[in-house]
Write a new protein. Structure first.
Length: 291
């Protein structure tokens, strides 16, 4: 088994610890996962080829990406829909020959996906995610919306829209910043009285496009109201990984990455109240019951 195979393995059967994969990706970039084209002068991307050790924004993003893949793989879906899929790298890492994957974005993705997986059978739909219809593309075991909720004016409408694409027993996987994080300055869902004021600002990329956030309690309530069950909220990435609170000024290296990772993981022993305030990120899964 090659080094790349060993790194990809934990995303499929957990033969290698998540910590080891995280350290390698922080040291070398996503390219070690084996789904990145060979480096040339035209395609350099720091997420793919450069180091990004904690505490830093790069390390936080890599943790979220890897944890999302791990959770998605653990659900063992035979079919996946990802909306607002960005460059399609999630889909590339989840691609398997016998798995149907459909991705959506407002940008054309065919060429980018072809570079990641030549000859792939990933289906792409270029449109506003609200224009997707289950009558056209079908239903799926897993529907993913990563870093999307905070860019949409009507979050409850989005959740109900995505529910239409789930097969009975299927899972919804969302990632979004934690609105209860103690340094968050944006309003949260329950504080908004008129969502229409965000209509002209929605769908903008990156953190500048965040409209408002959700607390764990708010997102749990929305999903419960929409009929979802078995709701799980993974609170993750403290400033020890993200570099918030000036911790980005601390020394960083491959050797120190394991220490920061362990310290960050230790916070999970502090209890839910502490984690709700200290963690910057939520990764949420919820299920539709079988008929």
């Amino acid at each position: 088994m090659s080094n790349v195979d060993k790194l990809v393995a934990p995303l499929t059967n957990l033969n290698t610890s998540f910590r080891e994969v995280f350290i390698e990706v922080c040291s070398q970039g996503y390219s070690v996962l084996g789904r990145t084209p060979a480096l040339n002068a035209e395609n350099f991307n720091p997420w793919q080829y450069s180091s990004g050790h904690p505490p830093s924004y790069l390390a936080q993003g890599r943790y979220r990406f890897l944890k999302t893949l791990e959770i998605a793989q653990s659900l063992q879906p035979k079919s996946i829909l990802e909306v607002a899929a960005g460059g399609g790298f999630n889909a590339a890492c989840l691609y398997e020959a016998d798995r149907r994957i459909v991705i959506n974005d407002m940008r054309l993705l065919e060429d980018e996906i072809q570079k990641l997986i030549p000859g792939n059978t990933i289906e792409t739909f270029t449109c506003n995610l609200f224009d997707l219809k289950p009558e056209s593309i079908g239903q799926f075991d897993l529907v993913m919306a990563c870093e999307v909720l905070e860019h949409v004016a009507y979050g409850a409408q989005l959740i109900n829209h995505l529910k239409q694409f789930l097969s009975p027993g299927g899972s919804l996987l969302l990632t979004t910043p934690n609105g209860s994080y103690f340094r968050s300055q944006l309003p949260t869902y329950s504080q908004i009285t008129d969502f229409s004021v965000f209509e002209n600002e929605q769908f903008k990329p990156d953190a500048d496009g965040h409209l408002y956030l959700y607390t764990p309690e708010e997102i749990h309530g929305l999903l419960n109201s929409a009929g979802f069950k078995s709701i799980s909220i993974d609170l993750s990435t403290t400033p020890l990984l993200s570099g918030h609170m000036g911790l980005r000024l601390l020394p960083s290296s491959r050797l120190l990455t394991s220490m920061y990772y362990r310290l960050d993981s230790w916070t999970k022993n502090l209890g839910i109240k502490a984690r709700t305030k200290l963690c910057t990120q939520m990764i949420i899964t919820a299920k539709i019951e079988k008929n």
